[in-house]
Ligand binder design. Structure first.
Ligand code: CAA
Length: 379
């Protein structure tokens, strides 16, 4: 077993750290306050190759491994989880999904601009009445010969307004259950496609989360991913990889909060000495650092398995389950260490605490991760 990162992986980690410090940190509090998407910053992320990291260079991607992606996601998420969720969805759901299962034409037309960030992608599975129970899709894609007629509503869609390429999961044949579901590539601007209301969220307030409405949208047959009825399996398979991205986001939120708490504890004095000299604080720091290290190892293990082309579904779900709990626990403790300062915006930890919660909800709640894990255990 080798715990040593390669020169290339270390360089990616360093580049992401510098980018987050210089480009994302300034303005992150204001963007959270005003619910402003980091458009300029995301554009630069595309130029630096952070939006199509694992895509084959022949489709304009970075050709990097999943371990590099985990490292970059952690660094970006330490500073701005709103930017990193955009990065995660674009990389692991949209780019990966099209690269793995799309046709050559779909890759040329859609993957290439997605990999450079020229266009941003969104993954549209959740509906008002289909979140965890993803087979209960109400959105319909009626087969009309050479096109599908798409009707329905999607909810809580990350990059909802920023995206221009949408992977939309919809029911074609209800009788067939999950085998009657398809995934269609829908373009912004198609007649009948409207971006709905923006959600006013607890955390990741800079990310633009919208509902989407489809009314008689004609989607050409060549925009279907995979064979007829492959849509549900496509979504499940894609989410397996997406969970590594969100686990890394949770890891970054946790390690960002820990680093702030550590630094603060050395500066802040109480009872005649820095609070880091009090055992009550030392115990907290020791727990936080240990849990973060364990979460990082789970993320890297899942990434390693994916890079080795081995089964990574259980490992990704374990990483997400654990890292998202660590993100919650660590950020709450980071606020506690900061005391009153932790409760105000300037010190960043209250935002990280609010951002942490979503990592236990999206791309499958913690309960869903336990279902995915236990199914593998009981196979
Ligand atoms: N990987 C690969 N295939 C899988 C799979 C997985 N993790 N889970 C299920 N499948 C396959 C099964 O093998 C089965 O195929 P067969 O019929 O050929 O055997 C098929 O899919 C149907 O599986 P199930 O009968 O097990 O399906 P189910 O209805 O019991 O659901 C579930 C399983 C795990 C609960 C699933 O519905 C699920 O993962 N739900 C959560 C959905 C989710 O994560 N939503 C997040 C929205 S996206 C998002 O958040 C993005 C964002 O904006 C950040």
């Amino acid at each position: 077993m080798n715990f040593q990162l390669t020169e290339e992986q270390l360089a990616v980690q360093q580049a992401a750290r510098e980018f987050a410090q210089t480009e994302l940190l300034p303005g992150v509090i204001e963007r959270d306050e005003t619910q402003t998407f980091p458009l300029e910053q995301v554009k630069k992320m595309g130029e630096l190759g952070f939006l199509g990291m694992m895509v084959d260079p022949k489709y304009n991607g970075g050709g990097m491994d999943t371990i590099s992606y985990v490292l970059a996601m952690e660094e970006i998420s330490k500073i701005d989880a709103s930017a990193s969720v955009c990065m995660s969805v674009n990389n692991s759901l949209v780019c990966w999904g099209i690269e793995k299962y799309g046709t050559e034409e779909q890759k040329e037309k859609y993957l290439k601009p997605l990999a450079t960030g020229e266009k941003i992608g969104a993954f549209c599975l959740s509906e008002p009445e289909a979140g965890s129970d993803a087979t209960s899709q109400r959105t319909t894609a009626e087969d009309k010969g050479d096109y599908y007629l798409l009707n329905g509503t999607k909810n809580w869609i990350t990059n909802g307004n920023t995206a221009s390429i949408y992977l939309v999961i919809a029911q074609t044949d209800r009788e067939k259950g999950h085998k009657g579901i398809n995934c269609l590539i829908v373009e912004r601007g198609m007649d009948g496609f409207v971006v709905g209301k923006k959600e006013n969220k607890l955390g990741i307030r800079g990310s633009d989360t919208h509902s989407l409405m489809f009314t008689d949208v004609k989607v050409p047959k060549e925009n279907r991913i995979g064979e007829d009825g492959f849509g549900f399996k496509f979504a499940m398979s894609t989410l397996n990889g997406g969970r590594i991205g969100i686990a890394s986001q949770a890891l970054g939120i946790a390690s960002g909060a820990y680093e702030l708490a550590l630094a603060y504890s050395k500066e802040r004095k109480a009872f005649g000495k820095p609070i880091s000299q009090h055992q009550a604080i030392q115990f907290k720091l020791a727990d936080m650092a240990t849990e973060i290290d364990a979460a990082r190892l789970l993320c890297l293990k899942a990434a390693y398995l994916k890079d080795q082309k081995k089964d990574f579904g259980k490992a990704g779900a374990m990483a997400k389950l654990f890292a998202s709990k660590v993100a919650m626990d660590t950020t709450v403790e980071a606020v506690q260490i900061h005391g009153g300062y932790g409760y105000v915006k300037e010190y960043h930890v209250e935002r990280l605490m609010r951002d942490a919660k979503i990592t236990q909800i999206y791309e499958g709640t913690s309960e869903i991760q336990k279902i995915v894990i236990s199914r593998e255990l009981l196979k």
